[in-house]
Ligand binder design. Structure first.
Ligand SMILES: Cc1cc2nc3c(=O)[nH]c(=O)nc-3n(C[C@H](O)[C@H](O)[C@H](O)COP(=O)(O)OP(=O)(O)OC[C@H]3O[C@@H](n4cnc5c(N)ncnc54)[C@H](O)[C@@H]3O)c2cc1C
Length: 284
């Protein structure tokens, strides 16, 4: 299938890209193209202007140590993340999660910024963004702003990145404890039927801080705060992990599709949450 006709642009600066978006209301940015191109080919998206960010890679593809956090440029590919020792050592949950995305071709082209700006409800990276408590840097016509992970994902393919905005950077606080991402893949697409990312710290034999991000289950990724509340400050045991994980879909309307009904998806989320809590504790 071929996409509808569009005019192609390849700006050399963020300002030029912002100007093109302001000039052409019916425009779309393209990063790795691994979500946008399929939707264009299916004619689910028919932008009249395509703004390719390939010439912005030298500006927006990087991993930097910023002291208390790791700054990841929005155009950094999954493979560059997996190759980064800075991320492996300081923001392991991001690497653990992107390792589960697609296959080698997808990981060579897809970008972290593209994934979270797209916010596919079955996408893996949003779970890690929530569990790591990352902050997103967005530039629009009114200047630059930062948005906390908790305010970034706003529902079905909806985020704080508005029309005319560019997501520039993802800031991931350095991790001090353990983490794990557990996923149940759809057998055909490989996307998450359910995926759970956990970051936690140890306080002796107790759990210190804990954040749990869930994807695949609802119309957008979410923090499982009832699981976090059940774990925080408690003495760790596998029984505690299981009883806390039972809250993984509390207050959530689980998605249904021909592969997984809501009850099955919910059960997967609970099982994966338990596994992720135990694995994160064991590597803390
Ligand atoms: C065969 C296949 C298998 C896949 N499997 C998985 C999987 O298992 N798990 C998973 O999570 N994903 C999977 N994906 C999707 C993949 O992760 C995509 O790469 C990702 O969702 C989007 O990143 P991208 O760089 O390709 O973005 P694009 O497709 O280029 O863009 C996606 C959307 O985000 C917008 N956008 C992109 N970058 C920015 C930016 N910096 N600022 C503002 N808006 C921006 C675009 O305008 C577009 O609307 C798969 C894709 C394919 C083709």
């Amino acid at each position: 299938m071929y996409p509808a006709k569009f005019t192609y642009h390849a700006p050399w600066s963020v300002e030029e890209a912002l100007g093109l978006m302001a000039e052409h209301e019916d425009s779309k940015l393209i990063a790795g193209g691994h979500s946008l191109l399929p939707t264009m080919k299916m004619r689910l998206a028919t932008p009249a202007h395509l703004i390719d960010m390939k010439n912005l890679r030298s500006l927006l593809s990087y991993v930097h140590d910023k002291g208390d956090h790791i700054a990841i440029g929005a155009l950094t590919t999954y493979q560059q993340i997996l190759d980064s020792s800075l991320i492996q050592q300081n923001a392991a949950i991001i690497a653990q999660t992107v390792a589960e995305v697609g296959d080698i071709q997808v990981r060579n082209m897809g970008t972290l910024g593209g994934s979270i700006a797209h916010a596919d409800p079955a996408g893996d990276p949003p779970a890690a963004i929530l569990a790591s408590d990352a902050t997103m840097v967005i530039q629009g016509s009114g200047g630059e702003r930062t948005v906390a992970a908790g305010d970034f994902f706003q529902g079905f393919f909806e985020t704080a990145v508005g029309a005319g905005d560019i997501l520039k950077e993802i800031r991931v606080p350095k991790q001090s404890g353990g983490s794990s991402y557990q996923k149940f893949k759809h057998p055909a697409s490989g996307y998450a039927v359910a995926g759970v990312a956990v970051c936690l710290t140890k306080d002796g034999s107790n759990i210190g801080s804990v954040r749990v991000g869930v994807t695949g289950v609802s119309d957008g990724a979410y923090r499982a705060s009832a699981v976090e509340d059940a774990l925080s400050g408690q003495a760790f045991s596998e029984a505690l992990a299981a009883s806390a994980a039972a809250h993984a879909v509390e207050g959530i309307d689980a998605l249904e599709d021909p592969f997984a009904d809501a009850a099955y998806r919910g059960q997967l989320a609970k099982t994966l949450a338990k596994r992720a809590i135990i694995a994160a504790w064991n590597n803390a």
